[in-house]
Design a binder for this molecule. Sequence first.
Ligand code: HEM
Length: 140
Amino acid sequence: MDKLLLENSLALVDLPDDGLTIRFYEILFERYPAVRPMFQRDTKIQAEMLHTAIVSVLDNLDDPQWLTANLGSLGRRHADLGVTAPMYDAVGECMIAAMAEIGGGGWTAEMSAAWTEALSAVSSLMMAGYPEEEVDSGAA
Ligand code: HEM
C-alpha cells in the first residue's frame, strides 16, 4: 500500500470541518437512498467520526495488529447495524467520488486506484470481524 500517496492525496481533499466526509454522505444518500434510514445520528457527527476513523487508519497503516483488532471490532458493530458487503462497495465508490470532485484537476487516476485498494482492504478487515453464521453456534 502506497502510504505516501494516500497521505498526500488525502491532504489535497481534506477540507476543514470534515468537509470531505460531509460531501461523502451527501453523495452516498443521493446515489443509495436505501441506506439513509440506517443512519440515526446527526450527519455532522457521523462525518466527524468517519473522518477520525480514516485518519486513524492512515496513521496505523504500518501496524497490522492495530488494523486487525480495531477494524475487526468496528466491523463487529457494523454487523449489528445490518451492513452488508455490497454496501461497502457503495461506500468505497462514493468516497472516491467525493475525493475526485473536491480534488478537481489535481486528483489523478493513480490516487483513485490507491484509495480503491485501501478502502477494499479496510472493508475486508471489517468484515473479518463479523460473527460466524448462526449455524455454527446454534446447537450448543
Ligand atoms: C470504510 C468503511 C467504514 C468505516 C471506516 C466506517 C466507520 C464508522 C464509524 C467510525 C462509526 C461510528 C460508530 C462506531 O465506531 O461503531 C460508524 C457508524 C456507522 N456506520 Fe460505518 N463505516 C464504514 C462502512 C460503513 C458502511 C458500508 C455502512 C452502510 C451503508 C455503514 C453504516 C454505518 C452506520 C449505520 C453507523 C451508525 C450510525 C448511527 O448510529 O446513526 N458504515 N461507521
